[in-house]
Design a protein around this ligand. Structure first.
Ligand SMILES: [Fe+2]
Ligand SMILES: [Fe+2]
Length: 336
């Protein structure tokens, strides 16, 4: 059986995603420059409809969708709509992050991120201490939107970097991409985890079940990666991902061991305790340190990337905790 490479288009979730889904069903005309106009006046930038529409636009740059004309990727009319969605999303995240102090620095920000609260709250603490196997499986389904394309959204930043920052960024990405071995791609390790947990391993298999919060987590990295003007924030986001990974992964291993989960599930997070402990040092000194020494003007953008990562992750964490505390499923549809 050949592997299913391209996902199917999901059902729309409102007028904005409907306009994108309807358009993608048509044949893309390369000279079709008519702006795709959709009313965004009262759109919720953090809501499911807008986040899904944005996700669909971005996915055209990754694997695209089955039976969708690949020509839509660079269609100016659709890019115009994507730009409007991005403006709303970025404004919303900037509002959440707030003012960045004039003396803020990326390296200080990373140091702050390294200090873990002893009495932390949030999904990995909850799963470690009291979460059920069903909640763990929901967590995997939410995270599958990212982990099945792990490494890809940040890779857009590579051509925008130079010197040591670029060399070290690529060295970390090389590990994310399995160090030359297809079976060791972190994307593949996560597919192995999904299979062991009895979940669908298909790329974007849970797109229709995901909530706005989990779509926003991936949309943020796609947005940072796809805009050169946001490259400082892409690097900040990448650094924050690596720095926060080892302690979070350690809690996930503890949670999975407590639940007696299959070895493939533990293996994915164990890999991230070991590899990301090294990555953490490399991104701090050789990626972020070198980038801000080379381009000091990007320092505050890196800070924004780190704080934006935190803001969207917190929204997802709040959603998961609110559902789990109330004893209701956190996905839009309960898992089988
Ligand atoms: Fe990874
Ligand atoms: Fe890593």
């Amino acid at each position: 059986m050949p592997t299913l490479v391209q996902p199917a288009l999901p059902e729309p979730r409102g007028p904005i995603s409907l306009s994108v889904v309807e358009l993608l069903a048509e044949r893309a005309q390369l000279r079709y420059v008519t702006r795709v106009e959709t009313s965004l006046g009262d759109a919720d930038p953090a809501g499911l409809d807008l986040q899904l529409a944005l996700y669909l636009c971005y996915e055209l740059h990754y694997r695209g969708f089955a039976d969708v004309d690949a020509g839509w990727e660079w269609n100016p009319g659709l890019l115009y709509l994507r730009g409007r969605l991005e403006d709303l999303f970025l404004q919303d995240v900037r509002r959440e992050v707030g003012e960045i102090e004039p003396d803020a620095s990326a390296l200080d920000e990373l140091d702050k991120l390294c200090i873990e609260p002893v009495d932390g709250a949030g999904p990995s603490y909850f799963l470690r201490d009291e979460g059920t196997w069903e909640q763990m499986r929901e967590y995997f389904a939410h995270r599958s939107l990212y982990h099945l394309k792990e490494g890809d959204p940040h890779a857009w930043a590579i051509p925008r970097l130079t010197g040591q920052a670029k060399a070290s960024f690529v060295a970390v990405e090389f590990d994310e991409f399995g160090g030359g071995k297809g079976a060791r791609l972190h994307q593949q390790l996560f597919a192995d985890l999904m299979a062991a947990a009895g979940l669908d391993t298909t790329y974007l298999g849970y797109l229709a079940d995901a909530t706005a919060e989990s779509l926003a987590v991936v949309n943020l990295m796609s947005m940072f990666g796809l805009h050169r003007r946001l490259r400082g924030s892409a690097v900040g986001h990448f650094a924050a991902t690596e720095v926060t990974s080892p302690p979070g992964s350690r809690r996930m291993v503890q949670a999975l061991e407590r639940l007696g989960a299959p070895e493939e599930c533990c293996a994915f997070y164990r890999e991230h305790i070991v590899a990301d402990a090294v990555h953490e040092q490399v991104v701090r000194t050789d990626v972020v340190g070198d980038l801000v020494a080379r381009e000091p003007d990007l320092d505050r953008d890196v800070v924004f990337g780190i704080r934006a990562f935190d803001a969207v992750e917190n929204r997802l964490a709040d959603h998961l905790m609110a559902c789990w505390r109330a004893g209701v499923p956190s996905l839009r549809r309960a898992l089988n």
